[in-house]
Ligand binder design. Structure first.
Ligand SMILES: [Fe+2]
Ligand SMILES: [Fe+2]
Length: 250
């Protein structure tokens, strides 16, 4: 759906950050550019506790929704994937309440807060559009596709929140693992269903409102795949920026 299909009052102006993000997303459609962007962070050493919690979340996802990618599995992934960004915003709000008078700390927290709000909007776009696509292509059960993802999201929200207060690195590292998992799943989906996805046009008012210009399911899922690797790399970037001095950095 193009901009022309939405009333002018419902179009939102794109921020400089979003224009930059959308341009990066398009550039990652090139496989060589994608490999060059991804490779430097592929071997990031994740700590033990995040590996245990991230592994648990991914194993539960595979148990309930299978190992193979599907619209409904993506819907569950996206319901859960947007949670840490909201959780970090809440934790940052808590920290800012405690440290109003420390300008350096407030500045660090506010820059991360900027990223979390932007990424949360991006993940919300994923879950809204994928929910619509899933409804049209697969049958959804209330327990398996609504209640269970919400329970996971509840668990993940508080895990991210508490870990962020204890040690932000741990919380960001779980996100690194989850975003890598999402990226791998979207990549596999494009590989095995690419021809079908290219033949399916996409129509979404939410996408038009958001400012994502895609014409087919293939182009949409490729853009989501690129979003996820950007989120993964950005998680490491935030760790390097804010956690280099350990817990005291926040
Ligand atoms: Fe996502
Ligand atoms: Fe993501």
């Amino acid at each position: 759906m193009r901009e022309g299909s939405l009333p002018h009052a419902m179009l939102r102006p794109m921020s400089g950050d979003q224009i930059e993000h959308e341009s990066l997303v398009v550039s990652l459609n090139d496989e060589e550019a994608l490999a060059a962007y991804k490779q430097p962070f592929d071997a990031y050493p994740v700590s033990l506790l995040p590996r245990i919690i991230g592994g648990f979340l991914i194993a539960c996802g595979n148990l309930f929704y299978g190992r193979r990618p599907s619209y409904m599995k993506f819907r569950a992934i996206e319901v859960i994937a947007r949670v840490p960004y909201h959780s970090w915003s809440s934790a940052i709000f808590t920290f800012l309440t405690l440290f109003y008078s420390n300008e350096d700390r407030a500045l660090r927290l506010s820059t991360l807060s900027h990223f979390t709000r932007f990424a949360a909007d991006n993940e919300t776009m994923h879950v809204v559009v994928i929910s619509g696509l899933a409804r049209a292509h697969e049958r959804a059960g209330l327990l398996r596709h609504t209640i269970i993802p919400m329970l996971f999201a509840f668990f993940y929200f508080w895990t991210s929140y508490v870990l962020y207060l204890l040690n932000p690195r741990w919380s960001l590292e779980i996100n690194y693992l989850f975003e890598q998992h999402a990226f791998d799943h979207y990549s596999l989906f494009l590989e095995i269903c690419g021809d079908d996805l290219k033949a399916r046009p996409i129509h979404s008012s939410y996408l038009a409102w958001y400012g994502r210009d895609v014409r087919s399911h293939y182009e949409f899922f490729r853009s989501v795949r690129n979003d996820e690797i950007i989120h993964r790399n950005r998680s490491v970037h935030e760790i390097e920026l804010h956690c280099s001095r350990g817990r005291a950095a926040f």
